[in-house]
Design a protein around this ligand. Structure first.
Ligand SMILES: [Zn+2]
Length: 82
């Protein structure tokens, strides 16, 4: 797995991070630092993208993008739920 931290974003996007497939069937994660306000925000994005990575790599569940984001949100806040 490759994870790159960018200080710029050439796309017209405010995404904090993205997990992308590569042509050689690997995955890479891009974290766009300029779209964060705190270190904790960056850590949350890293966790968010790592969960995407695991779900994409191991195809453990058959869920759509909205369900995947609901799952990630719940996982990120699980300490507050219990
Ligand atoms: Zn996401």
């Amino acid at each position: 797995m490759d994870m790159d931290f960018r200080t710029y974003d050439t796309r017209d996007s405010k995404e904090k991070g993205v997990t992308l497939p590569t042509p050689n069937n690997k995955l890479r994660i891009l974290i766009f630092l300029q779209h964060h306000e705190t270190l904790d925000d960056i850590y949350a994005t890293i966790t968010h993208e790592l969960i995407h990575y695991c779900l994409m790599k191991y195809r453990m569940v058959d869920i759509d993008d909205y369900q995947e984001h609901d799952l990630i949100h719940t996982m990120q806040w699980i300490d507050e739920y219990i």
